[in-house]
Design a protein around this ligand. Structure first.
Ligand code: ZN
Length: 185
């Protein structure tokens, strides 16, 4: 059983905020002014709303945490996302995901499931595009994703590779597309 917490290794990014705005100031000058505090408050309020909007999908993913830990898998916290891998998660990705050969990784809200840590490292950038899609669409994401897949499948297209959500994720990491086309062949 292995559960690791890597928050200290990779911090969640804070776009729009100056570096070091939360740490002690080297020049011992006055602290952040009211407008900066206001921006920081808005930023963290916004992140909270996004986490809530994505929470139903995240909870779905977190169901896999005890399953993985009880079957020899592990978990780690990387870039604001809980990554769960190994054990029963490997079996689920291999056997339950309806893709030829199964999936190496899969995102559910702020949870990324991976076969192992190597698969997570390989797919992380792609999966983080899906994280942002979940943040945008919240509980609508899975129905929209599946709706696109069914519609594309009925039209004789690839329910996976032609899905606009996948296309956006592969556009962000084009080098993964060639590898996954071989994987799915
Ligand atoms: Zn994908």
């Amino acid at each position: 059983m292995r559960a690791e917490h890597c928050a200290g290794e990779e911090q969640e990014s804070s776009p729009g905020l100056p570096q070091g705005s939360f740490g002690p100031r080297a020049d011992h000058g006055p602290g952040p002014g009211p407008s900066q505090q206001h921006r920081e408050w808005h930023h963290w309020l916004g992140r909270g709303v996004v986490r809530l909007w994505t929470l139903p999908n995240t909870l779905l993913g977190l169901v896999c945490l005890p399953l993985a830990l009880a079957t020899g898998g592990g978990a780690q916290w990387v870039r604001g996302v809980c990554e769960i891998y190994g054990g029963a998660v490997t079996w689920l990705l291999r056997r339950v995901v309806p893709l030829q050969g199964g999936a190496r990784a899969l995102t559910l809200g702020h949870v990324i499931l991976g076969r192992d840590r190597r698969a997570l490292a390989l797919c992380r950038e792609h999966e983080h595009v899906h994280v942002r899609q979940y943040e945008r669409w919240g509980p609508l994401f899975i129905p929209l994703y599946l709706g696109w897949s069914v519609w594309l499948g009925l039209r004789g297209r690839s329910a996976y590779l032609d899905n606009p959500f996948e296309r956006e994720a592969y556009d962000a990491v084009p080098e993964l597309l060639a590898e996954d086309e071989r994987w799915l062949a």
